[in-house]
Design a protein around this ligand. Structure first.
Ligand code: NAP
Length: 352
């Protein structure tokens, strides 16, 4: 089988590094174009990148040449998918132009996530939202299309909410996040700010967490995604001195009463992964019974970083409330891994 061509825009950042590490040995995909900012264009990847996600840059990536972010050059390479790991302020101008020129964009940048015709996909939850792509193309006059990857914390929360929503229904969610440093990007938070500390504010994050799960868990109608506005999410997002992995303490108010903690555990364990996609974990949600799990350091790489881990499940009898703690990798399930899984889904659905 000949491989599909993948471009990674923003290949030197934290998410870009994750993309390359997931793609260089991928059975279906091949990296054919990587970009960084202008000062790094033309350089070998190993010379330009500040590699932080493992001991060393894999041999296969070291000699790849970085390109500048040029629309003409990207279009000329004819990639089958363009993965975007750029700041949203840069992506906002480039993504619609590339989509108009016929390219398929799978993007981690937050721009356009609130547009009704642009799906925000977690393949295990809402793959049917891809059905609106035809409307997106028609309405916007694009030959290509844009699919969005959710915000990292929203991805982790949504996976943990899906089985509860399907079984009991949900009216309210209270979520307090403790987000790792890699979520702020390569040069995001200074050591003087974060060592021995917790930052109680991450700009824009609470708005995303209060909105995106409602879109991801929503349905499509007449070419639009209808959000679950019957669910109210209250979010508080904090930055903590953890290198990688976001943890969220969650309280969910359900419509129907859970009978027992075991019943909830069984429901999570019945949430099966997708078959036939190389990056799909066997279990999207892993349940822990021990009182001191999950922990970001121990559990962020479960399912190769694609599973979220739920534990500390409690119920409040007679109040229809479930409380739990969830941990996941922000750069893999919350970003590059989910994007690669979306691209695999697009291939499975013959959309690329
Ligand atoms: N980090 C996470 O956990 C996470 C999770 C979900 C979504 N996201 C989103 O993913 C995107 C990337 O995040 P990140 O954490 O990887 O950020 P990052 O570490 O700061 O990396 C940003 C990348 O974009 C490139 N870039 C920046 N400005 C550019 C410009 N004007 N022209 C061309 N290239 C430019 C950088 O190249 P240089 O190296 O040359 O500067 C670098 O490759 C953001 O939109 C972020 O919100 C991040």
């Amino acid at each position: 089988m000949s491989k599909l061509y993948m471009a990674v825009l923003g290949a030197t950042g934290i998410v870009g590094q994750r993309f390359l590490s997931l793609l260089y040995k991928h059975p279906w995909f091949e990296i054919t174009l990587i970009t960084a900012s202008r000062s790094k264009a033309g350089k070998k990847y190993s010379e330009a990148v500040e590699w932080v996600i493992s001991n060393d840059v894999p041999e296969e990536l070291k000699d790849m040449r970085l390109q500048e972010l040029s629309i003409e050059k990207i279009v000329a390479e004819k990639p089958d998918v363009v993965f975007v790991a750029l700041p949203s302020s840069v992506a906002v101008d480039i993504e619609p132009v590339l989509a108009k020129k016929g390219l398929v964009i799978v993007s981690n940048a937050s721009c356009f996530r609130r547009e009704k015709d642009i799906p925000v996909i977690i393949p295990e939850i809402n793959s049917e939202h891809l059905d609106i792509i035809d409307y997106q193309r028609q309405e916007r006059g694009w030959e290509g299309f844009i699919v969005k990857v959710p915000n990292c914390t929203s991805a982790i929360l949504s996976l943990s909410l899906k089985p509860i929503l399907d079984t009991y229904g949900i009216s309210e969610v209270y979520a307090v996040s403790m987000q790792g440093l890699s979520g702020a990007g390569l040069h995001g938070v200074s050591s003087l700010e974060i060592i021995d500390n917790i930052l109680p504010y991450i700009p824009g994050e609470e708005e995303k967490l209060e909105y995106e799960p409602k879109k991801i868990l929503g349905m499509t109608r007449n070419g639009e995604i209808i959000e679950r506005n019957d669910i109210r999410i209250y979010a508080r997002c904090t930055r903590v001195p953890v290198l990688e992995g976001h943890s969220i303490s969650v309280l969910v108010k359900t419509h129907n009463e859970p009978k027992s903690i075991d019943e909830i555990i069984n429901i999570y364990e019945g949430f099966k992964g997708l078959s036939g996609l190389p990056t799909a974990p066997e279990k999207p949600v892993i349940v822990h019974r021990s009182n001191n799990r999950p922990q970001p350091r121990l559990d962020r790489m479960n399912g190769n970083g694609m599973s979220v881990s739920v534990g500390r499940i409690s119920i409040y009898k007679g109040e229809n409330k479930i409380k739990y703690f969830v941990v996941g990798s922000n750069t893999i399930r919350g970003a590059a891994g989910n994007a690669v899984l979306i691209a695999e889904l697009l291939k499975q659905r013959k959309m690329i």
